[in-house]
Design a protein around this ligand. Structure first.
Ligand code: GLP
Length: 246
């Protein structure tokens, strides 16, 4: 089942997403959260950090486990564009999560099969994901599952699509600095989550959101597979929903 929250703007989207995550953690303090990176969830993490600090909501991350969606291959952890760095900077350093309970694919592992099988083992050992947060690429990618001929089920190493390199180059000095490969959870890992919350803000996501909500299910638009999940909440702002009628 797919539920849509139409919100005014990025801030409202962020607040709504943070509310759902906080509710998950309050109800189940040992939840496994699947988390995402990119500019979309930054505001969500800001709200969670703020609410944790202000403490009136009493959100305790002590027993929470986090398993992130993806990581660039080849970036060191202290590179401010690595997703390891992003998660520390935007969330983990602000809350009382234990370092040993946070997991991100090992971007420094050169052996692709090894990096992926180790990450699969981590997800399995955690017993699966309770709530998976997702952004969406302009081309419909989720995690780093790029458009392709087939849905790839398990964690894998992906060659980034040219449009993803282009889109993400805004965070790097230039396009050449963007890693060409990344490790990502597969579509199967994402689909196994008990709940999925997908966020989208801005006109650049309007077409991807249209395909997700009403397009045909195809590996050319990886997010379209979410139509088959039993518990998806899409929180999107007016611009991201501008190509669909709701
Ligand atoms: C990135 C990430 C995705 C993210 C997407 C959109 O490259 N791998 O997890 O959802 O692309 O990014 P943004 O939120 O910056 O638009």
């Amino acid at each position: 089942m797919l539920k849509i929250y139409k919100v005014k703007n990025y801030d409202e989207m962020s607040k709504k997403a943070a509310t759902l995550i906080a509710a998950q953690v309050i109800a189940n303090p040992d939840s496994v959260l699947g988390l995402a990176t990119g500019s979309t969830p930054v505001g969500t993490y800001e709200y969670l950090s703020k609410w944790y600090k202000e403490s009136y909501l009493d959100i305790n991350f002590e027993d929470v486990k986090v398993v992130n969606l993806d990581e660039y291959k080849g970036l060191t952890r202290d590179n401010d564009q690595s997703y390891y760095y992003f998660m520390q900077d935007n969330l983990f350093k602000n809350i009382n999560i234990k370092a040993e309970n946070t997991h991100i694919p090992n971007g420094l592992e050169d052996d692709e099969a090894k990096a992926c099988s180790e990450y699969e083992d981590i997800i399995t050992s955690l017993g699966g994901v309770d709530l998976q947060l997702l952004g969406i690429g302009g081309n419909g990618h989720i995690g780093f599952n790029e458009p392709g001929e087939v849905f790839v089920k398990d964690c894998h190493c992906i060659e980034l699509a040219p449009e993803t390199i282009e889109a993400n180059s805004r965070f790097f000095a230039n396009k050449e600095e963007v890693p060409k490969k990344a490790y990502t959870m597969g579509i199967g890992n994402i689909m196994k989550a008990k709940k999925i919350v997908l966020l989208a803000s801005g006109k650049a996501k309007a077409n991807a959101i249209k395909q997700l909500l009403s397009g045909k299910i195809t590996a050319q638009v990886p997010a379209s597979v979410l139509q088959l999940h039993h518990d998806v909440t899409v929180i999107a702002d007016e611009e991201a929903l501008s190509a669909v009628e709701i």
